[in-house]
Write a protein that binds this ligand. Structure first.
Ligand SMILES: Cc1cc2nc3c(=O)[nH]c(=O)nc-3n(C[C@H](O)[C@H](O)[C@H](O)COP(=O)(O)OP(=O)(O)OC[C@H]3O[C@@H](n4cnc5c(N)ncnc54)[C@H](O)[C@@H]3O)c2cc1C
Length: 440
């Protein structure tokens, strides 16, 4: 049995090792060094393109829980990362060169894996394939994926607004309403008077922005999707006539008209996550926090996901993939890594692992793994494959996507206790799941 993996990045390397472990022969295609992505600097597999940190190791942190799950499920790359960890407090930071060299050795020493240094320009037919070509997938392959998936199902840029945990919103100030009372009152509205708006505007206009990378400088954002700071730079009132317009939004408790209103729209089915409407942004994360906390009603808001706008090739997974990462319209095709619309180093390793395991199961005629929404990996894959999204944007591990905790309000308001309970629930579920697998 044989499969092709496209891209020897974090996801592709993990997927290839998982396939080989299951006795599957792998042709692993990597275009570097013949062609580069603009962000990678070496020809090593599994290169960390920017920071050398994979984030927290604490399992009561969302990203830390994902790492714990990867360890429990037998991820090769997380094991290597732990082997080459450098001191970084509670976080897992690595010696990136040692890491890539170790992964290179693991791949090269594995007789089931053949590394082919070649750009893939078309999705291979008549052979099972995992596409793990990353956020900077080469243009010819991206074009071919677009032809396969449909033009509207391949995106080249993130345009993400910050996402807020609903339980952290102050409803003494914020109120539910829809504009002109049309339809369900499903938006959460944060009202501002003139002074509050001017304070917010000043923070926004002076906030530091993230420098664009060389290969991102030509990025053209759609007019309807401009960063909030770009809109603000057009004049003090532009936002009040745009996403922050107050018309038709009256707080029935007070009957008052407002000078400006920030709206939040539901982001997941269980209504635990809300995104800030029109707030796609390129501001630095510290500046985003200050800005969000300056909005009345969001003074103590917990930001589950910061806004970003950068080059990122990703498919419209909700329309194309199952939670097993198998493609709905071609069952011997899987996607893994950042191209699935998950974001981050650990998330890329995680989906690479799941795609590798599931491809092996598919080839052996076994049931594919679909993890529970109690686990962070199960929640991530469910999030990207669920058809509830109107405007799908990439996601990283966060507590807003896991199954809600059944507990009273007092516990839910205690963030530390809540995350401890969510983390324990996930680990217990995974332990039982793995025990069941062994006894079958
Ligand atoms: C500039 C930048 C900075 C980032 N910084 C961080 C960060 O600090 N922290 C974080 O958690 N995440 C970061 N990310 C996001 C993401 O986690 C990483 O990009 C991660 O490496 C994605 O893993 P991947 O396996 O999906 O893709 P990659 O690791 O990029 O691997 C994809 C591989 O496919 C190869 N390839 C592409 N097209 C083809 C083709 N046609 N044929 C053959 N091979 C091909 C590429 O050369 C590459 O080796 C960053 C992303 C970018 C673009």
């Amino acid at each position: 049995m044989k499969a092709v993996v496209i891209g020897a990045g974090l996801a592709g390397s993990e997927a290839a090792l998982q396939l080989a472990k299951q006795g599957i022969d792998v042709d692993l295609y990597e275009m570097r060094p013949l062609k580069t992505t603009g962000a990678h600097k070496t020809d090593y597999p599994a290169e960390f393109v920017c920071s050398n940190s994979l984030g927290s190791l604490d399992p009561t942190n969302a990203s830390g829980l994902l790492k714990k799950e990867l360890q429990m499920l037998g991820s090769f790359l997380i094991k290597e990362a732990l082997n080459v960890a450098v001191p970084a407090g509670n976080a897992l930071a690595i010696d990136r060169e040692a890491f890539s060299l170790n992964v290179k050795r693991l791949l090269e020493d594995n007789e089931k894996i053949k590394i082919i240094r070649e750009e893939v320009t078309q999705i291979p037919e008549n052979v099972p394939v995992i596409i793990a070509s990353g956020p900077l997938t080469s243009e010819p392959l991206a074009e071919n994926i677009k032809d396969f998936a449909g033009e509207e199902h391949l995106h080249f840029f993130d345009a993400i607004a910050p996402i807020i945990e609903k339980d952290s919103i102050n409803f003494d100030i914020a109120f539910y309403a829809s504009r002109y009372d049309k339809g369900e009152a499903s938006y959460i509205n944060c009202p501002m008077n003139k002074e509050q708006y001017e304070n917010f505007y000043n923070i926004l206009i002076n906030a530091p922005k993230i420098e664009l990378k060389e290969f991102e400088k030509n990025a053209k954002f759609f007019e309807s999707c401009l960063p909030v700071e770009v809109l603000a730079s057009r004049g003090v009132d532009t936002l009040r006539y745009g996403p922050l317009k107050p018309v038709g939004l009256i707080d029935k408790r007070t009957g008052e008209k407002n000078y400006a209103v920030v709206q939040l729209r539901q982001d997941n089915l269980s209504a635990t996550m809300y995104n800030l409407v029109g707030f796609q942004t390129n501001l630095k994360w510290g500046a985003q926090k200050e800005l969000v906390h300056s909005i009345p009603g969001l003074e103590n808001a917990n930001i589950l996901r910061y806004g970003v706008m950068h080059r990122n090739t990703f498919i419209n997974s909700p329309k194309l993939l199952n939670a097993t990462l198998q493609c709905r319209k071609r069952n011997d095709l899987f996607f893994a890594g950042q191209i699935t619309g998950t974001e981050g180093y650990t998330e890329s390793i995680a989906t690479g692992m799941l795609a590798g395991i599931n491809m092996a199961k598919f080839l052996k005629g076994e049931h594919l793994i679909e993890l529970s929404g109690f686990s962070m990996l199960g929640a991530l894959t469910r999030y990207i494959s669920s058809e509830e999204h109107k405007n799908f944007q990439p996601v990283n591990s966060n507590w807003g996507i896991v199954d809600e905790l059944i507990a009273d309000k007092k516990i839910k308001k205690n963030k530390k206790l809540k995350t401890e309970m969510l983390s324990n629930r996930a680990i217990k579920w995974l332990e039982e799941y793995l025990q069941n697998c062994q006894s079958q």
